[in-house]
Write a protein that binds this ligand. Structure first.
Ligand SMILES: Nc1ncnc2c1ncn2[C@@H]1O[C@H](COP(=O)(O)OP(=O)(O)OP(=O)(O)O)[C@@H](O)[C@H]1O
Ligand SMILES: O=C(O)c1ccc[n+]([C@@H]2O[C@H](COP(=O)([O-])O)[C@@H](O)[C@H]2O)c1
Length: 214
């Protein structure tokens, strides 16, 4: 591995390190393009921290979603900087360590996170819209068989998520949302759907406002 201080100077080396965690912690992994980040993302993080009884939440700004075009993708440094502005909870750690490890796929991120942090309980967090295409993610079954997953409600996906391939495949592993505080410690496959306050904000809508012609 090259010297971290000389890598990607525009990003800042503290974002290239995996955040520090202690054994016994419950940690949420919230990956996203955050292009740009918005209050809907902050609401997901707040809900996840509270309902999943998390000690930490890693706000992982992806170098690039492998299923999305990079045409409209703002620079990583900008997405990190804006992420720091929308979320102010000290338990939330904005990070882009995937860049340093040249990771593209979440399955690889999760394998690295698990290998580096024995004794820590992780849970993958995503909005309900992401369930629809989850079966197109690389090694999605392996992800679901290895990590508990918390799905946070999102307008437009409250009911449609039930017809997703992943919800059908892992129907037997669905956990009542009342048990969400224990989800991180459960053996995968285990997933829950968390209802609560919702936000209809989206990055697509915000990009359109910023660049109506685009
Ligand atoms: N308003 C929202 N409510 C619930 N979950 C959300 C919301 N906005 C984003 N998320 C979730 O946050 C994560 C990161 O989302 P992303 O950065 O792609 O934002 P987005 O608004 O969906 O972007 P885009 O419109 O560009 O697809 C995903 O798991 C997504 O499901
Ligand atoms: O690994 C994959 O195949 C894969 C496919 C699509 C999305 N992801 C990850 O899902 C997270 C949410 O992405 P996005 O663009 O919906 O915010 C982010 O961490 C992406 O890297 C991962």
């Amino acid at each position: 591995m090259s010297d971290i201080s000389t890598l990607y100077p525009e990003v800042g080396h503290r974002y290239l390190r995996m955040p520090h965690v202690e054994k016994g912690m419950q940690v949420g992994l919230f990956g996203g393009s955050f292009n740009p980040p918005h209050a809907g993302h902050a609401l997901v993080a707040e809900i996840a921290l509270r309902r999943l009884a998390l000690d930490q939440l890693w706000w992982m700004v992806t170098p690039g979603n492998p299923l999305k075009s990079t045409r409209e993708l703002a620079p990583l440094a900008e997405r990190i900087q804006l992420s720091e502005k929308v979320m102010h909870d000290p338990r939330v750690k904005v990070t882009a360590f995937e860049l340093r490890h040249h990771i593209r796929y979440t399955a690889d991120t999760l394998a690295l996170v698990k290998a580096r942090n024995p004794g820590v309980d992780f849970v993958w967090i995503m909005g309900a819209d992401n369930l629809r295409d989850f079966h197109r993610w690389q090694r999605w079954r392996q992800i679901a068989m290895t990590f508990p997953i918390a799905v946070i409600d999102r307008p437009g996906s409250t009911l449609s998520f039930l017809s997703s391939v992943v919800a059908k495949t892992f129907d037997y592993a669905r956990v009542d949302e009342g048990d969400a505080p224990r989800l991180a410690r459960m053996k995968a496959p285990a997933w829950t759907f968390i209802h609560g306050p919702r936000s209809s904000l989206s990055s697509t809508a915000l990009r359109k406002t910023m660049n109506p012609a685009g």
